[in-house]
Write a protein that binds this ligand. Sequence first.
Ligand code: HEC
Length: 119
Amino acid sequence: MIRRLAAFALLTGLAACGKPIPPAPTPEQALTLRPAESRVAGLYAESCMACHALPASGAPLVQDRKAWDPRWKQGEAILLDHTIQGYRAMPAGGQCATCAPDDFKAIIRFMAGREDSAI
Ligand code: HEC
């Protein structure tokens, strides 16, 4: 019975998003991850990375889907608003004075592990 329940949970868990959630990066891997587009990668490295690649900062770790999926569900408008206005310990603008809204959107998609999908 327990085996059947576990199999059911596994199947429905997989079915919910089509494929299994990739594991979170290790702290060492997190430091090496960059967005694909080089200009956006530069903006990310100069600002967001200071917190989002350091587990101890309290920021959701780059490409840690377990940390990002509940936030991702809020939708792009809210994530963008929280980035621009600031949100709890997240500073307004994420310390990127030169980021345009489209830059923020690209970085959010990258950090949330959704670079290949629209919100
Ligand atoms: C000084 C540290 C710091 C920097 C720099 C920073 N963040 Fe954050 N960010 C945080 C913290 C901490 C949180 C978690 C806030 C919470 O939920 O308590 C967060 C959360 C977020 C969230 C999720 C908000 C939500 O609604 O759940 C987004 C999106 C985000 N950051 C984007 C960015 C982007 C884009 C940049 C760079 C332009 C950036 N952050 C730079 C600390 C930082």
